[in-house]
Each structure stands twice: as C-alpha cells, then as structure tokens.
Ligand binder design. Structure first.
Ligand code: GDP
Ligand code: K
Ligand code: MG
Length: 293
C-alpha cells in the first residue's frame, strides 16, 4: 500500500478539549491540559507514525479576541492553521452555539479542505440532546462531517482517527519516523511547570507567568533541570514563592513527577523566580519565548 502523510489542524474555542484529543491520538502528554482558557499558548505538533502513514496534528490555542501582544501572537498560530492543512478538525463541545459572525467561522464554512466537526464531551450529554446538537451543527456547517466524541473517555476517538487516515493524501513522511513532536525537550519542561502554575495559583497569576528552562543536562540515569519562572511584578514573585517557599516547592514536586513519566528517567528540578516587567506586551521578549511577531 502507498504511504500516506499529511497535516491535520485542530481548532476551536478555549476549553473544548483540543489538547486532550491531540494527546489521545499521540498517546503522550504533549499538550498541557487544564480547565482554564489560554492553557495552550503555542502551536504544537503531535506526530503519529505508522508503517504506512504519518499523521501530523497541530494543536492550537483556543480562539479569542486578542487583548494584548501575547494574545495576538497566539491568534497568529490559529490563523496559520487554516492555511496548511489537509484535514481541518473543528472542535465544539456539547451545548456550544455557532459563532456565525466571526471571520474564522466563515472560513470554516468556505473551507476547501475537508472539515470534521468533532462534537466533544458527549459523556456529559443524554441521547436526545446529542441528536439535537448533531442536527444543529449539520445545519450550521453543511460542508462538515459531524462526529460525536469524548476525548476524555476515549469514545469514538479511534473511529475519527481512522477517518482522518482515509482523508490523508499519498505522500512520503515529512518528519523522521521516530519523531513525535516539533518542539525541543525544554519546551515540555516549560509547559509542565506552567501547567502546575495554572492549577495551583488563582486569578491573573498564571497569565502573567512565562517559564524558561536555562539548563537541561541529561546524564545516563538523571536529567538535571534549572528553570526560571518569569513574572511581571514583585508582588507576583512573592505569591509564586509562597510562605517559606511552600508554593513553589509544590510546583517543583508535581512538575518533576510528570516529567519523570514523560522522559522515563529520574529528574531533578531547580526553580527560581525573576521579575521581568511587562514581558507580555514586549515583542522582543515574546520572540525570545517562541512567539512570532
Ligand atoms: P483546550 O483548551 O481546547 O485545549 O481544552 P483542554 O484539552 O485543555 O480541556 C479543557 C477541559 O475539558 C479539561 O478540564 C479537560 O479535562 C476537559 N475535557 C476534555 N475533553 C473532555 C471530554 O470528552 N469530556 C469531558 N467531560 N471533559 C473533557
Ligand atoms: K484549556
Ligand atoms: Mg489546549
């Protein structure tokens, strides 16, 4: 059989389950997941390799109206997702309404490439509501193929995967067959730490934070990591560190557990906090953290 390969882009509103689905396809926790919007800031490739196929998925930040420079850069990742895909996965969750006035919605309606509308979180719905929703979306997007799924409970995920495979063009692989992502190891360290910050700190704290891994030294049986947590203000620094360092310690312990699983190796993490005023609105800083602009 001829080899198939192609690009599959996942787009949708914040929190519908895009990252959960990508991780389920790849079988690794490439994208961090929390119940907060703006958890995913970058475009992350997840590559699934088979003997006769290579599926290159890209997880994108949820679609939002940008309020500051960081968010504009995040939306550039989303825009590019329309341009270079073989299959578009538009994910919505049960109960969500179509955003008919939004330009991205019109782009989906007029898409030249196949669109699979993934109606996610059906584990939270009953049969009647599900049927109503399927009909609703078929009316909103007549050009889309509707697939009800639960990314979390792994319902219909394999079926969707196989359907995408059918739609991929014949092509040789774009990446080496042992590669599962385009991001370097340090990126996953940064993201894992940021996930813990999203989980353990309140209000605006997680949104003011960027993480940079300054040292990643891999020995035979241990990985030694030193990362800096960047905040915008001194008060935020105090909050990140917590009483006698208890808060930052918890971040380190929990991130280490995840990273030991991810790298299948013992991990040692050293964390410290630095104040870097207004990094979110500074283009030069943003480029340094991997956002284009
Ligand atoms: P993203 O912002 O679109 O990438 O969404 P995430 O993958 O980060 O998921 C957002 C939240 O929805 C998390 O709390 C997930 O555990 C949850 N979630 C994702 N998929 C499902 C699903 O199929 N069912 C339910 N009940 N929750 C889900
Ligand atoms: K999220
Ligand atoms: Mg996400």
């Amino acid at each position: 059989m001829a080899h198939k390969a192609g690009f599959v882009n996942i787009i949708g509103n914040p929190n519908v389950g895009k990252s959960t689905l990508m991780n389920a396809f790849v079988g690794e926790k490439l994208s961090i997941i929390t119940s907060k919007a703006q958890t995913t800031r970058h475009r992350i490739l997840g590559i699934v390799n088979g003997d006769d196929f290579q599926m290159i998925l890209s997880d994108t930040p949820g679609i939002i109206k940008p309020a500051y420079e960081l968010q504009s850069s995040m939306m550039d990742f989303v825009k590019s997702a329309f341009e270079d895909a073989d299959v578009l996965l538009y994910m919505v969750e049960i109960g969500e309404k179509a955003l008919k006035d939004e330009s991205f919605f019109k782009k989906i309606q007029n898409s030249k490439i196949p669109v699979l509308l993934l109606l996610n979180k059906i584990d939270t719905s009953d049969q009647q509501k599900l049927e109503e929703q399927m009909q609703y979306w078929q009316e909103q997007l007549p050009n889309a193929e509707i697939h009800p799924i639960s990314a979390l409970e792994n319902f219909n995920v394999t079926e969707v995967f196989n359907r995408i495979l059918e739609l991929l063009p014949e092509a040789p692989p774009f990446y080496p067959k042992d590669q599962i992502t385009d991001k370097p190891e340090r990126f996953f360290v940064n993201e894992t730490i940021r996930e813990k910050i999203l989980l353990y700190y309140k209000k605006e704290i997680p949104y003011s934070v960027e993480v940079e891994t300054e040292e990643f030294l891999e020995d035979e049986d241990i990985i030694r990591i030193r990362s800096v947590i960047m905040v915008e203000r001194d008060t935020q620094k105090g909050i990140i560190i917590g009483h006698k360092g208890s808060a930052i310690k918890k971040v380190g312990v929990e991130a280490r557990k995840d990273l030991e699983k991810f790298f299948a190796k013992q991990v040692h993490i050293e964390l410290y906090v630095k104040v870097n005023k207004n990094w979110r609105s500074n283009s030069q800083q943003l480029r340094r953290f991997g956002y284009n602009g």
